[in-house]
Design a protein around this ligand. Structure first.
Ligand code: ITT
Length: 185
C-alpha cells in the first residue's frame, strides 16, 4: 500500500478523501520530519524524501506547501510553517491584506528508490478579515481567484475541487495509473 508521510491530519484528510474517491487506499505514516531551509518547495520536498527513503522500505509520498504573498516579495513561501506558528494569520492580514498571493504544493513520490515530483498552484488574494473555521493554516485568510469566500469557508470536497494540493494530486494519480503502479501497491 502507498504511504503518505505527514504530521498534519488536515493534509491527510484532504489527500485521502481525493484518492479514496479514485479507489486508492493510502496508509498514513503520521510523523514529523526535518526540513532543510531552501528557496523553494521543490528542493525541500525532494530533500525530505531522499532522507526518509533511507528509513522507509515501501512506496511513499510526502508534500511540502507554501503560501507566496506578492506584496511581501513571496514571503513566507518556504517558511510558511514557521510563520504560521509565530506571526500567525492576524499579523499577516495587517501586513498584506488585499495582496495577490498563491499556494504551491510539491508532492514527491518515492517509488523503487526513484523520486518523482508533481506540483500544483492556486492563485488568489489575502482577505480583509479572518473568515471561516473549516480547512486549516492560512485557509481563513485566502480567497482563491473566481471565488467570493475564503478557503476557511469551504468544505474539504469544495476545496478539493480547486486547490493546489488537488492539482498536484491529480498529476500523482495519473502517473500511478499510467505507469501501472496502482496494481503493485
Ligand atoms: P508536514 O510537513 O508534516 O506535512 P506541515 O503542516 O508542517 O506538515 P507544510 O510545511 O507543508 O506542512 O505547511 C506549511 C504551512 O502552510 C503550515 O503552517 C500549514 O498549516 C500551511 N498550509 C499547508 N497547506 C495549506 C493549505 O492547503 N491551506 C492553508 N494552509 C496550508
Amino acid at each position: 500500500m502507498l504511504s503518505l508521510v505527514t504530521s498534519n491530519e488536515h493534509k491527510y484528510k484532504e489527500i485521502s478523501t481525493y484518492l479514496n474517491s479514485k479507489n486508492l487506499e493510502i496508509n498514513w505514516l503520521q510523523r514529523k520530519y526535518e526540513e532543510i531551509q531552501a528557496d523553494d518547495n521543490d528542493t525541500i520536498s525532494l530533500d525530505s524524501s531522499k532522507k526518509l527513503a533511507n528509513k522507509i522500505n515501501a512506496p511513499f509520498f510526502l508534500e511540502d506547501t507554501g503560501l507566496y504573498i506578492t506584496n511581501l516579495a513571496g514571503f513566507p513561501g518556504p517558511y510558511s510553517s514557521y510563520v504560521q506558528s509565530t506571526i500567525g494569520n492576524e499579523n499577516i492580514l495587517k501586513m498584506a491584506s488585499g495582496s495577490k498571493a498563491y499556494f504551491k504544493t510539491v508532492i514527491t513520490l518515492c517509488w523503487k528508490k526513484n523520486f518523482y515530483q508533481f506540483s500544483g498552484t492556486l492563485n488568489g488574494k489575502i482577505s480583509s478579515a479572518i473568515s471561516g473555521n473549516l480547512g486549516f493554516g492560512y485557509d481563513p485568510i485566502f480567497i482563491p481567484d473566481n471565488s467570493n469566500k475564503t478557503m476557511g469557508e469551504m468544505t474539504t470536497v469544495e476545496k478539493n475541487k480547486i486547490s493546489h494540493r488537488f492539482i498536484a494530486l491529480e498529476k500523482l494519480y495519473l502517473f500511478i495509473v499510467e505507469n501501472r503502479i496502482k496494481n503493485n501497491l
